[in-house]
Design a protein around this ligand. Structure first.
Ligand code: C5P
Length: 227
């Protein structure tokens, strides 16, 4: 069954523990730079100590040896999965894999951010990309060939990514919204059910849960849609 991963993009330990106490658990949580830069490794270890499965999403994109050691450090901390940018290139991705193997964590590659429109991505890479799908599937192929554990993609690309990966790889999908949820800065979105049908394994949801009037009710509603 697919996992619902709660993105904890909150400004520190107190709001996070309050939210998690409301929701109960243990559950899958995603710690990104918003929280890590406040709570650091101590908070990550506290979350793991409370039984939560931690996905550390810092999207590393650096020279290979730095990425290898960053991934290794995260694994030593006890996180279950980390992210690197596939645009960091083959040598960097191989180094990430080595770091993951040394420390027993999993590593997945971010393809194209869910906040990017084709125009924005084209402007960033310096050439027109009227269709992002070929770029996402190309980067997915690189991640697969290097032996990463999976990729992160938008809800609109899950089916094509699953075709490239075959079975046995994780597909992490942010940009999940129901019709009633606010879009925020996300551009490539879909509802949870569609993502599950197409082969998504980890659905990442943040603001529609932690900004809801009742976060526990919102969390349960998303879980129900996933099941
Ligand atoms: O609040 P929201 O549901 O939009 O949160 C989505 C989460 O997924 C954020 O933590 C964001 O950093 C992350 N993410 C993303 N797009 C990617 C990779 C990760 O939105 N391509």
């Amino acid at each position: 069954m697919a996992e619902l991963v709660l993105a904890l993009d909150l400004p520190g330990r107190d709001p996070v523990l309050h939210l998690l106490d409301q929701i109960g658990g243990p559950i899958w949580v995603k710690v990104g730079p918003v929280l890590f830069n406040r709570g650091g490794p101590d908070l990550v270890q506290e979350l793991i100590g409370r039984g939560h499965t931690v996905f550390l999403d810092c999207k590393w994109h650096d020279i290979p040896s730095t990425v290898e050691r960053a991934v290794e450090s995260a694994g030593v901390l006890g996180v279950s999965m980390v992210t690197v940018h596939t645009l960091g290139g083959k040598a960097m991705l191989e180094a990430a894999k080595t770091g993951a193997e040394k420390s027993g964590t999993k590593v997945v590659g971010v393809t194209v951010l869910t906040s990017h429109t084709p125009e924005q991505f084209g402007a960033a890479v310096g050439h027109a990309t009227p269709d992002l799908l070929p770029e996402v599937t190309r980067l997915t192929g690189v991640a697969r060939d290097v032996g990463l554990d999976g990729v992160v993609c938008s809800p609109l690309e899950v089916s094509a990514v699953r075709n490239v990966l075959g079975s046995g790889f994780a597909i992490i999908v942010p940009g999940i919204r129901r019709a009633k949820d606010q879009q925020g800065d996300q551009h490539r979105l879909a509802e949870p059910g569609v993502v599950i049908e197409q082969g998504g394994t980890h659905l990442v949801v943040g603001r529609p849960i932690y900004n809801a009037t009742s976060p526990p009710d919102a969390y349960r509603a998303f879980r129900k849609e996933i099941q």
